[in-house]
Design a protein around this ligand. Structure first.
Ligand code: BG6
Length: 474
C-alpha cells in the first residue's frame, strides 16, 4: 500500500499570488495586478467591471503579495527543509515579455526565473512550471482584447519558444494553462476577457477557449521539438459533480456539469472536440471559428499527463431550488448535507478526491498529477510566529489517505501531489491574505500591513514527516 519511489511530493504557488515586484526590473503590467480586494473583485475577475489600470480607491494585493521576488531563496530553503521533491510555480508572462507583443524578451525577467530554477536544483527540487496562471500582459488585453483574439496564439507561442529554449535542462515538467476551465467562470483572470453590452458572452468565452486550446497544442509541439525530455500537462479545476438525489434529472444535470469541465481535457487529452460539445455549440450558436490546421494540431499534440486542482466536490439539484447553496472552487453549487464546510463555505470531501481521480483516470487513462489541494483557513499566530493548525493537518491527512486509496487500491497512475499552497499567499478568489493555506506563516494582513517575516506552523513539521515517510506516516 505504498506510493511509488520517486513520487513527487511538494507544494504549488502562482506568480501573481506570491511574487509581488509588479514593476521591478522591467516587468509589465498584467491583468492580475489590477484585481483589487473587496466586493468589486468578483466583478473585475469575471470581466463585468473593466479595470485596466490602478484606481486609488482600491487596494491591489498582488502588487507586493508576499514579495517572493526578493525572498525566493529563503522560501525555497524552507521548502527544501520539508523535503520537497517538486515545486510548482508559474512564470509571470509580463516579466518575460512586458507588453506581450515585442520581438525581444526582457533579459532581467528571464534571469530571475533561471536563478529560481537553479536554486530549486541546488536543493534537489524539480520545478513544475505553469506557463500561464491567470496572467496576461495588460497591453495584450487593451490592444487585442485578450484571448478572444487569435493573435494571442502567436504571442503565447513566442513566449513558449523563449522559455523552453532558455530553461532546457532546468525544467522538464510544464503545464500550459492553469485551470483552463476557469475561463467560463472568471474570464478576465482566465483569458483577459471583458465584455461589451449585449455581447454573446458564451460565444466569446468558447472562442477564447479555442485559442487557448490551440496554443496549448502548439506549446506541446514546441516543447517536444526543443527537448524530448519535456513532459507537458494540461490543468483543470476538478471536483466531480454529485446529483443531489437519485432523481434522473439531477443525475443528468450532474453529467452535464461534469462535461462542462471535462470539455477542455477531452480536447487536450483525446485531441478533438467531443460530440456533446459540438452539438451544444451548434444548438446555441457558440461554435468557435477554427482556422485550417487547428483540428490536426489538436489531434496530434495531446498532453503527456493530466494535472488537476481538487478542493471540493460539487452537487446539483433540479427541483425548485429551495435548498441552500455552498461556495467552492470555481463556482457555488447545491449544499451537500453529508459534508462539512470550511470557514469560506467550501465543502470538505476527501472521498470526493478518490472519486474524482477515478473518474478522470477512467476517462483518459493517462498519468495524473494533483497540483493543488488544500484548506484556506484563518490562523491564530502566537508571538513566535507559530500556528497550531491541526485543522489544516486533518484536512490534508484525509485527502492524502483518499489519494493513497486511489493509487494503491484502485490503480490510478499518479505522478505526484503538490499542496496549495506551502506558504501563505494572496487568495485568487477573494484577494485576502488571511485566507491562509500555508505550512509557512507570512506576517501580512488583508490591508498589506506586516513584516513579511516567514515562520513555521505545526503543519510544517507534519508535512516534512509525510514526505520523508513517502506518505506512510500521516
Ligand atoms: C485555484 C487556483 O482556483 O484555487 C489558485 O488555481 C487559487 O490560484 C486556489 O489560489 C485557491 O482559491 P482561493 O480563492 O482560495 O485562493
Amino acid at each position: 500500500m505504498k506510493f511509488r519511489d520517486g513520487f513527487l511530493w511538494g507544494g504549488a504557488t502562482a506568480a501573481n499570488q506570491c511574487e509581488g515586484g509588479y514593476n521591478k526590473d522591467g516587468r509589465g503590467l498584467a491583468n492580475v495586478d489590477v484585481c483589487p480586494t473587496g466586493k468589486d473583485r468578483s466583478l473585475v475577475i469575471t470581466g463585468k467591471l473593466k479595470m485596466y489600470d490602478f484606481d486609488e480607491d482600491y487596494y491591489y494585493p498582488s502588487k507586493e503579495a508576499i514579495n517572493m521576488y526578493h525572498h525566493f531563496k529563503e522560501d525555497i530553503q524552507l521548502f527544501a527543509e520539508m523535503g520537497f521533491k517538486v515545486y510548482r510555480m508559474s512564470i509571470a508572462w509580463s516579466r518575460i515579455f512586458p507588453m506581450g507583443d515585442e520581438e525581444e524578451p526582457n533579459e532581467a525577467g528571464l534571469q530571475f526565473y533561471e536563478d529560481l530554477f537553479k536554486e530549486c536544483h541546488k536543493h534537489g527540487i524539480e520545478p513544475l512550471v505553469t506557463i500561464t496562471h491567470f496572467d496576461c500582459p495588460m497591453h495584450l488585453i487593451k490592444e487585442y482584447g485578450g484571448w478572444r483574439n487569435r493573435k494571442m496564439i502567436d504571442f503565447y507561442e513566442k513566449l513558449c519558444r523563449v522559455i523552453f529554449n532558455r530553461y532546457k535542462g532546468l525544467v522538464r515538467y510544464w503545464l500550459t494553462f492553469n485551470e483552463i476551465n476557469m475561463i467560463l467562470h472568471a474570464p478576465f483572470m482566465g483569458a483577459g476577457l471583458c465584455f461589451e453590452e449585449g455581447e454573446n458572452e458564451e460565444k466569446v468565452k468558447y472562442q477564447a477557449a479555442h485559442h487557448e486550446l490551440v496554443a496549448s497544442a502548439k506549446a506541446t509541439k514546441i516543447a517536444r521539438e526543443v527537448d524530448k525530455n519535456n513532459l507537458i500537462g494540461c490543468m483543470f479545476a476538478a471536483g466531480s459533480v454529485y446529483p443531489y438525489s437519485s432523481n434522473p434529472s439531477d443525475v443528468w444535470e450532474a453529467t452535464k456539469m461534469d462535461r462542462e469541465n471535462y470539455f477542455f481535457v477531452d480536447v487536450q487529452s483525446r485531441g478533438k472536440y467531443p460530440n456533446y460539445a459540438l452539438k451544444e455549440m451548434e444548438r446555441k450558436g457558440t461554435m468557435p471559428i477554427m482556422a485550417e490546421g487547428d483540428e490536426e494540431l489538436l489531434a496530434k499534440y495531446t498532453v503527456d499527463f493530466i494535472s488537476l486542482s481538487y478542493y471540493n466536490s460539487r452537487c446539483v439539484r433540479t427541483d425548485d431550488g429551495e435548498g441552500e447553496t455552498a461556495e467552492g472552487n470555481l463556482f457555488a453549487s447545491a449544499k451537500n448535507p453529508y459534508l462539512e464546510y470550511s470557514q469560506w463555505g467550501w465543502p470538505i470531501d476527501p472521498l470526493g478526491l478518490r472519486i474524482t481521480l477515478n473518474h478522470v483516470y477512467d476517462r483518459y487513462e493517462k498519468p495524473l498529477f494533483i497540483v493543488e489541494n488544500g484548506l484556506g483557513a484563518k490562523d491564530v499566530v502566537d508571538e513566535h510566529g507559530y500556528v497550531e493548525d491541526d485543522y489544516r493537518i486533518d484536512y490534508l491527512r484525509e485527502h492524502i489517505k483518499a489519494m493513497r486509496d486511489a493509487v494503491t487500491v484502485d490503480g490510478v497512475d499518479l505522478l505526484g501531489y503538490t499542496t496549495w499552497a506551502p506558504i501563505d499567499l494572496v487568495s485568487a478568489g477573494s484577494g485576502e491574505m488571511e485566507k491562509r493555506y500555508g505550512f509557512i506563516y507570512v506576517d501580512r494582513d488583508n490591508e498589506g500591513n506586516g513584516t513579511l517575516k516567514r515562520s513555521k506552523k505545526k503543519s510544517f513539521y507534519w508535512y516534512k514527516k509525510v514526505i520523508s515517510s513517502n506518505g506512510d506516516d500521516l
